[in-house]
Write a new protein. Structure first.
Length: 243
């Protein structure tokens, strides 16, 4: 992961995400709903729900929204059913794009994803065409402003908790873990008093493709079009703007 900063992508797109806050909450509610419906309303014994709630917290989703989604999932009745579907595709210069959707209509979602690619200079690929370019990792962010500990202390905490890698910048500490160790690392750091800005399972590119500004703008058009779709939960890519 050396040299890769997921935080840069998060920070660079924060303004666009803020403008879509209502849509993000809608998608998060769907994830919480399905997690609670399938595994129960207690996040202590339902790790999928805990992850969804952590994600909602990092996006500043109101507690009332979270509670409504859980209540809806655990009241009587069948309710909605969603499937997780992953789409693989390409942006400019062969940039790999992974799209994760939670949908109750696979045909509708497939059509919308294909249109998002075709209208914005990308191509939807077959299963397996780009997934090998990503590793599934636990990802934790600690903002420097929320801790008094220095880099060496944080590194020791991360390693002792079972984390794999620590990347630092002027703003944050970024921690990567094996997905199987993620919950233990997260809980250990919280117990030690660290405030976690982000704690999630994610896809991290093994390598990146550097892009000129024009190609990077095209990639962002594809990402924006995909994220506009109500069914799309997450979009990952391995593009990086040449600095």
């Amino acid at each position: 992961m050396a040299g890769h900063s997921k935080w840069n992508n998060i920070k660079n797109r924060k303004g666009a995400q803020d403008a879509k806050r209502g849509k993000i909450f809608q998608k998060l509610s769907r994830e919480i709903y399905m997690a609670a419906k399938q595994g129960g309303a207690d996040p202590e014994i339902n790790p999928t729900l805990r992850l969804a709630m952590d994600k909602a917290k990092s996006n500043n989703m109101p507690k009332d929204n979270v509670e409504r989604a859980i209540k809806k999932a655990t009241t009587a009745g069948e309710g909605e059913n969603y499937d997780e579907v992953v789409y693989e595709g390409f942006g400019p210069n062969g940039v790999a794009v992974m799209t994760v959707a939670l949908t109750d209509n696979r045909n509708r979602t497939m059509t919308n994803v294909r249109i998002a690619y075709n209208k914005n200079g990308g191509n939807l690929g077959e299963a397996g065409t780009v997934s090998y370019l990503f590793d599934r990792k636990g990802y934790i962010v600690i903002e420097r402003s929320t801790t008094q500990f220095d880099e060496e202390t944080v590194l020791m905490s991360v390693l002792e908790a079972g984390g794999e890698d620590l990347e630092t910048s002027d703003e944050v500490f970024e921690i990567y873990t094996d997905p199987n160790d993620f919950a233990k690392v997260r809980d250990t750091l919280e117990a030690e008093g660290y405030v976690l800005n982000t704690a999630e399972l994610t896809l991290v590119p093994k390598t990146t493709v550097t892009l000129e500004q024009a190609d990077f703008d095209t990639l962002m058009q594809i990402i924006d079009a995909l994220e506009e779709d109500d069914d799309v939960s997450e979009v990952y890519h391995n593009g990086q703007l040449i600095e």
